[in-house]
Design a protein around this ligand. Structure first.
Ligand code: NAP
Length: 249
């Protein structure tokens, strides 16, 4: 069903993995999608091609979300070209794992800059447009790690817990103008981010997932499409775990 017909969506970090699938799913449901990327231009172009070949509308836009001025320019460009921003999916994210005793300040700052500050910049600039429109859907990609923590990921956990705090704060600031803000907390999803993990670590993870399978990018994209649609209009400030039951306690 074309639940997003006529909507304009920006998906950050949409060249690969979860973001790519979110872009494809939103486009399938009728949205015009701006496929943001940082370094993977060719991959982003392939996502655009896949969407347009199926009759959808999309274009790629390169921008490092950790740069405030670049994000501002991206939002201004979208408004100029499309006249609105209805859906913002803050998906861009990185990891720089390591035990905290060995974690450098640079590794901490890099992860917080992309995952947390990038989300802040995108919300800040896009919400200006959404406030004027008096409508909008903001979906922030957190992680189960931001909820329950993980050894070796102190920087990542801090950034993703920060995303949850920002989600709830933005929901309170923007709700009176018809804008909803929610977070998705994925569990263990099969992407380039997780493919480097050893078979032993993967097997241990699997033991913790009640549904007994690793998540697919489609599992996250379907949840994002729901939160982007009119069907979720009374849901705001929430953190939706999409993790096969891994995070239930
Ligand atoms: P991925 O395969 O590594 O893809 C990351 C995406 O983010 C790429 O498109 C990358 O673009 C983009 N990106 C990175 N830094 C960026 C920046 N500064 N500005 C703009 N784009 C940037 O990761 P993934 O597994 O799909 O993860 C997507 C999101 O879900 C992340 O926020 C991640 O933390 C979260 N998540 C993932 C899992 C999981 O199990 N996979 C679990 C929980 C949460 P370029 O290639 O162009 O640099």
């Amino acid at each position: 069903m074309k639940t997003l017909e006529g909507k304009i969506a920006l998906v950050t970090g949409a060249s690969r993995g979860i973001g790519r699938q979110i872009a494809l799913t939103l486009a399938e449901k009728g949205a015009a999608v701006i496929v943001n990327y940082n370094g993977s231009r060719e991959k982003a172009e392939l996502v655009v091609k896949e969407i347009t070949e199926k009759g959808g509308r999309a274009e790629s836009y390169g921008c490092n979300v950790a740069e405030d001025a670049a994000v501002k320019e991206m939002i201004q460009y979208i408004v100029k070209q499309y006249g609105a921003i209805d859906i913002l999916v803050n998906n861009a994210g990185i990891t720089r794992d390591g035990l905290m005793m060995k974690m450098t300040e640079e590794d901490f700052d890099a992860v917080v800059a992309t995952n947390m500050k990038g989300t802040f910049f995108c919300i800040k600039h896009a919400s200006r447009v959404m406030l004027k429109q008096r409508r909008g859907r903001i979906i922030n990609m957190s992680s189960i790690v931001g909820v329950i923590g993980n050894a070796g990921q102190m920087n990542y956990a801090a950034s993703k817990a920060g995303v949850i705090g920002m989600t709830k704060s933005a929901a309170k600031e923007l709700g009176s103008r018809g804008i909803t803000v929610n977070a998705i907390a994925p569990g263990f999803i099969d992407t380039e981010m997780t493919e480097g993990l050893s078979e032993e670590v993967k097997a241990k993870m699997l033991e913790q997932i009640p549904l007994n399978r690793i998540g697919k990018t489609e599992d996250i994209a379907n949840a994002a499409a729901f939160l982007a649609s009119d069907e979720s209009s009374y849901i705001s400030g929430q953190v939706l775990g999409v993790d096969g039951g891994m995070g239930c306690y």
